[in-house]
Design a binder for this molecule. Sequence first.
Ligand code: AMP
Length: 416
Amino acid sequence: MITKQKGTYDIYGDNAKKREYVNSVLDALCEKYNYGYIETPVFEASELFHRSVGETSDVVTKETYDFKDRGDRDLTLRPEGTASVVRWFIENKLYGNMSDPVKVYYNMKMYRYERPQKGRNREFTQWGFEMFGSDNIYSDAEVISLAYNAYRLLGLEDITIHINSLGDNESRKNYRDALIKYFRPHIDELCDDCRERLEKNPLRILDCKVDADSDILKNAPRTLDYLNEESKTRFDKLLDLLDLIEINYQVDTSLVRGLDYYNHMVFEVYYKNSLALGGGGRYNGLVETLGGPSVPGVGFAMGYDRTLEVMEEEGINIPINDSIDVYLLAVSENEKDSATYIAQNLRLNGFIVETNLLDKPLKSQFKSVDRYNSKYLIVLNDKDLEKNEVVLKDNKTKEEERVEINDLADYLDTHM
Ligand code: AMP
């Protein structure tokens, strides 16, 4: 038997229906914020992720699915959405007319070669969004508000935004230097990867999963102490805005995020202050890093699967349709032909219809009516069909009504 690959999953049944519901909530919300939908290819040139996500990030050093195609191209399955969206933004020269920000959202599968565990898969979905062209705190606040409201609309009440600022380039550089100075004497006590990170990207040490509990990390310098005046004022003003729109946040000075491209504000969404369900931040240098002009960007990505899991664990009511409208019972060839005709007509009029596709006897067709939880049933018979009529039975009240076949859709429209 060929089985699915480690860390992947099939989406079907109730899970598929639940995702449909989550998608509809997220789509409607993005519409309110005026974000358009984008989908990018599953694979991109490897260089895209190496240059953007960063050579020293775990995602690129250990987790990407890299392969060569038959044309000897170096390709990578996208491990995250931002780099691809930035590539799209540059490739289509959308920076040419920036009289308004460009705002897009996505709902895409991502691929990371990680050790599968609860809430961590090799193929997983992220819902996320990006905004290009605005560098002010109002766009920061909009992005945080959109992320926050997404979880709240999905029914997750206990949401906290953990937020920090890495500051502008000058502040980030000062902080970087301070970290190198601080970590150098302790470097032998840290893991091999951290030793590698010291000169290349010391911020990453703060994000290390191996050394997460070490006192060396806990006592490391804090970003906020290295912000220049401008960056500090900016961050304080952003927090004021979050107060204004009543976002539940907490400044978390240890938050640096796993990807290389962030500056100014970075944030993560926590459920019950313990489980990270998504993260984002500002990335003003990224468009330039990937070959475009200097255009500011800010965005967010939700761990979709993990969010849905938490909704299920918390018993949040996820409305799914588990019934059909009409089951057509048919035995003779003429009845089955008519069922095909009526089903076609009703489905085109928007009703969910099921028929006997297994040549089952009538008795077991009645069982299907209940299994499908059908609102109505029609037992077709040659005599009625001759008069172009059927008897429509309400499966709950058991009431019956004789209806002309051509009037069925209208009748159901007024009675459902
Ligand atoms: P990141 O792009 O690493 O900042 O991740 C954003 C969110 O995506 C995280 O908070 C997780 O909820 C989710 N996520 C990241 N990696 C995985 C994975 N391997 N499997 C499932 N969800 C993930």
